[in-house]
Design a protein around this ligand. Structure first.
Ligand code: TRP
Length: 334
């Protein structure tokens, strides 16, 4: 809580190309719930360097992601949209919280194990303490709610544990954050392997719809989407490919799965795939147009970057000073 307002924090990494899954599963949903909270939406670039990045590429992607937050409909006058690296409090609080986190806890993090296996040549300490930085992100703003996907739940749980541990020693310093439990976004899966989630790091470009894909590419990818040989459009776990297409169509058109099933009753897969492709194209077009427009307005985006980093720093510093005092750092002389 800040004052009498509930706080919402979330962030995304600027690595890889954002997919339809990121949009329908997270970003679009943020826009719907943002009005009810004091919000902070960060481009978490400090997290990105736990994996080796090309500097020019990271800078470009970070700016694109920040622009995309706005293109998706988050009003930067109301929602604090900023780069994590522009607010030094994230790294400062993360250091302190590192001293309240156990090796054993971090050793249990499944994402660390996955990423360590994938990047065996660069298992750096930052990758290991990644969840502590995420805890700092959330606790720095006294966030009440954090919309996260299933894959980040373990990180939210450790955030709560760290906050409770700290509060037990020093009193009520941190708000204990909850996962956002309202209407969550759709869970979109890979078009080539519907058992997996749609991922921006998938090696097969046909598996994911990227937010900047043009209409032809979108349609082509849906035509190639993996389905099954049942030849019936039914929403059931035994037909994960069709289920995924129904979810995508539903998320784009606002229709429930039953409605979609009724609409395509007796139709063939080919026709259905085309309809899904067209619904996605219609969904992405305004986003792409707005993104293109915003990208051209360098001064406007620069202004947002500056003013929102200042706003975030204001709130971050408040929490940080309190924490520094609690742990016994000397007062600043003014
Ligand atoms: N780790 C998150 C992800 O990869 C991104 C993230 C960083 C985040 N800090 C956060 C998400 C704080 C929510 C809250 O998806």
């Amino acid at each position: 809580m800040i004052g009498d307002q509930k706080v919402l924090f979330s962030g995304m990494q600027a690595t890889g190309n954002l997919t339809l899954g990121n949009y329908l599963g997270a970003l679009k949903n943020w826009v719907h719930i943002a009005d009810e909270y004091l919000t902070f939406f960060s481009v978490v670039d400090l997290h990105s360097i736990t994996i080796r990045q090309d500097p020019a590429e990271l800078r470009k992607r970070a700016r694109n992601l920040l622009t995309l937050y706005i293109a998706a409909g988050l009003d930067p006058e109301k929602n604090c949209i900023y780069y994590q690296s522009h607010v030094s409090g994230h790294a400062e609080l993360a250091w302190i919280l590192n001293c309240f986190t156990y090796m054993g806890e971090l050793n249990r993090m499944t994402q660390f194990k996955d990423k360590a296996a994938k990047h065996a040549d660069n298992i750096n300490a930052g990758l290991f303490t990644y969840p502590v930085l995420m805890a700092a992100d959330i606790l720095l703003y006294q966030a009440d709610v954090v919309p996260v996907g299933k894959d980040q739940m373990q990180h939210l749980e450790i955030t709560r544990d760290i906050a409770q541990r700290f509060n037990a020693v020093y009193g009520d310093v941190f708000t204990i954050p909850e996962p956002y439990l309202g209407k969550t976004g759709a869970k979109i899966r890979s078009l080539q392997d519907p058992e997996k989630k749609m991922s921006k790091s998938d090696e097969n470009p046909n598996a994911s719809i990227y937010l900047m894909d043009d209409a032809d590419t979108v349609i082509r990818k849906f035509k190639r989407a993996v389905t099954d040989s049942e030849a019936q459009i039914v929403y059931r776990d035994e037909q994960p490919g069709i289920q995924n297409l129904i979810d995508i169509y539903g998320a784009c058109t606002g229709k429930a799965p039953e409605e979609v099933v009724r609409e395509f009753d007796g139709k063939g897969y080919g026709e259905f795939k085309m309809a899904v492709g067209e619904a996605v194209v219609a969904q992405l077009r305004p986003l792409q147009e707005r993104f293109a427009q915003l990208s051209k307005d360098k001064a406007y985006i620069d202004g947002i970057i500056k003013s929102n980093a200042e706003k975030a720093s204001y709130y971050a510093t408040k929490t940080l000073r309190k924490v520094q005092k609690k742990v016994g750092f000397p007062d600043r002389i003014r």
